[in-house]
Design a protein around this ligand. Structure first.
Ligand SMILES: C[S@@+](CC[C@H](N)C(=O)[O-])C[C@H]1O[C@@H](n2cnc3c(N)ncnc32)[C@H](O)[C@@H]1O
Length: 285
């Protein structure tokens, strides 16, 4: 696609044209980013960089990256990192790419955590550490346990905790929601899979083809994980503790009903930047 010997400026134009033809919205900025990653030089900077030519390795690397994007792989997955709450998080194939929407859950949880002093946090479905590491980065005396069914996602979470200097306060373990947990926590956070199973294939190809199904599929009505989380939460929550969960669009009444049946009371609803109710906070029995 991009032959060796092509100038960086021309390579950027070829990549942007191909991405735009494929209907990719941010074609120009993504082409710039991929070319910079492939070559280590920024094709948009005026001067010598744009005129410099790609050697064989750079041309092969750029062509591969553009082909992956044309197959609708998100840039974060091609790069292997996603940014969330000021942290660059390494991602592998088992990790959901962090979403800005999840900042609503982090904001709700931070309001529940004292600025100073110890607090024990349990993150159910921790993935690459997205929510737990954001919280620990803001609360220097808090500690946390992150649970995920995916051992591969936990590998990324452990790497990310080390990278960000949080490994001494974060423990990760493979498991199914609260099963087998005995310890007590002040706050449970969870961004569980909440897409109804039949809708998963209808999502944008970047999501349907490239995000792990385990991170998306919430069962027939999208609510299976909430049933499991709230059923187990009472056993592991300290008296006075809270549960904060992310929800999908329109799920607030159903999730509140599930939580209520398990003895939890809805205390707060937090919307995302688009004004969509995105995080619910519950108090325990
Ligand atoms: C929507 S992703 C959230 C990832 C991350 N916490 C975030 O906010 O971006 C849901 C996570 O739940 C995990 N998961 C799915 N089923 C699970 C189960 N039965 N027990 C524990 N974790 C599970 C998935 O592997 C995935 O990492």
């Amino acid at each position: 696609m991009i032959p060796a010997g092509t100038s960086l400026g021309e390579a950027r134009r070829i990549a942007a044209d191909r991405l735009a033809e494929a209907g990719i919205d941010e074609a120009a900025s993504e082409a710039r980013l991929l070319l910079r990653l492939a070559t280590g030089r920024d094709p948009a900077l005026p001067g010598a960089a744009a005129d410099s030519c790609l050697d064989a390795d750079e041309a092969a690397s750029a062509s591969t990256m553009v082909a992956r994007r044309l197959a609708r792989e998100p840039v974060a997955r091609i790069i292997g990192t996603g940014a969330f709450h000021g942290l660059d998080l390494a991602l592998n194939a088992a990790c959901l790419i962090p979403r800005d929407d999840t900042e609503a859950l982090v904001a709700a949880a931070l309001d529940l955590l004292p600025a100073r002093g110890p607090a024990r946090i349990l993150d159910l479905g921790v993935g690459p550490g997205t929510v737990l590491l954001a919280l620990l980065s803001e609360r220097p005396e808090a500690t946390g346990l992150g649970i995920d069914l995916s051992a591969e996602a936990l590998d990324a979470a452990r790497d990310n905790a080390r990278t960000h200097g949080l490994a001494d306060r974060a423990v990760f373990a493979q498991g199914c929601w609260t099963e087998g947990l005995a310890a007590s926590y002040d706050l449970i956070v969870s961004n569980p899979p909440y897409i109804p199973a039949a809708d998963c294939d209808r999502l944008a190809p970047e999501v349907a083809l490239h995000d792990p199904r385990l991170a998306l599929d919430g069962g027939a009505d999208g609510l299976d994980a909430y049933r499991a989380v709230f059923t187990g939460a009472g056993q592991v929550l300290n008296p006075g503790g809270c549960v904060a969960v992310e929800i999908g669009i329109g799920q607030a009444p159903d999730v509140a009903r599930i939580a209520r049946a398990c003895g939890f009371r809805l205390a707060r609803l937090v919307s995302d930047l688009a004004g969509i109710p995105r995080a619910l906070v519950f108090t325990g029995r």
